[in-house]
Design a binder for this molecule. Sequence first.
Ligand SMILES: Cc1cc2nc3c(=O)[nH]c(=O)nc-3n(C[C@H](O)[C@H](O)[C@H](O)COP(=O)(O)O)c2cc1C
Length: 361
Amino acid sequence: MEEKACARGAKERRPLVLGGRPLRVPLIQGGMGVGISLSGLAGAVAREGGVGLISTAQIGWREPDFDTDPIGANLRALEAELRKARETAQGGMVGFNIMVATRRYGEYARAAAMAGADLIVSGAGLPVDLPKYTQGFPVLLAPIVSSQKAAELICRLWERRYQRLPDLVVVEGPEAGGHLGFTREEAESLTREEYGQEIRRILDTVKAYGDRRQKEIPVAVAGGIYGREDVAWALDQLGADAVQVATRFVTTWECDAPQAFKDAYLQAKKEDIVITQSPVGMPGRAIANRFLRQEAHPRPRRCHQCLERCRPEAIPYCITDALVQAASGEREDALIFCGANAWRSREMETVRQVVADLFPE
Ligand SMILES: Cc1cc2nc3c(=O)[nH]c(=O)nc-3n(C[C@H](O)[C@H](O)[C@H](O)COP(=O)(O)O)c2cc1C
């Protein structure tokens, strides 16, 4: 096991190749909803040689008919954002992050494929039927997993049901932002060393499936990748093929979040970053503020059709309302998702500076 990991962590880094296309940097920008990673950020990351991801989570929240027809508004905005991202991407790769827990998930996946996305990355649940929705389109597909068990399951199911394997696997660890695939206790206590062992098991599993079908399936490590030492840990020590980075990109000028959201990151101290139970039924990491300290929240005015499984009468607050508040520039009465390393943000940067800092070579 150790020897194998060493062999994988050889000094020379392999270029990341996705669907036969080599990328200039082995970097995927993590999708961030609501309204945090749209065309601005995704286009800029793609232009710098990584993969830019637009989050589809309530992507149409600024559309005039969002209140009456949220899904129609979202599907329209999805197309518009991809078009805009392509204008800045200069031929770079752009795709979508679509959460499995989304209501009418299949329609979003199909719309993303039809719009011409290069890649769909999908987590917050296991995207067991994603290939069904994108059949007939050349879009690359990447599940997000947090455990070896989930990686094994998705490879097995896709192979059996759809005779295909993922084109990329994203491993999201306990330091990630937004909703987490761990219990609160795990997210708070799992060390990098412990989780590194799980990542190695995932690498072995994915490689075994790839070998059987003579397919190279790159694996990207996500969660807490903030500086070049984190990149070195993932690529050189663990032997992963790429990193997926979200939090570090929030404090870039190109990021689509309002400045108030970015300021919340710039001013956050380590102790301000907390894990909360989201109404989605998963723990989520966010910046402590009045909203999180509050015991009671206003009842949702209307349902925005965001989640497949939500009982509006039983939830403490509406996740869409809380995230849209944040995307609209509200800092205190809003849910400000962030990764465990958000406190490391010190100054505004350009996407080019971030990429150059993560990959000095
Ligand atoms: C503000 C914010 C919003 C996020 N929204 C989503 C989302 O809509 N869907 C998703 O799959 N992951 C989401 N994530 C997780 C990221 O895509 C990414 O995998 C993770 O945050 C990586 O860790 P890092 O932030 O430490 O780089 C979000 C993360 C943040 C910080």
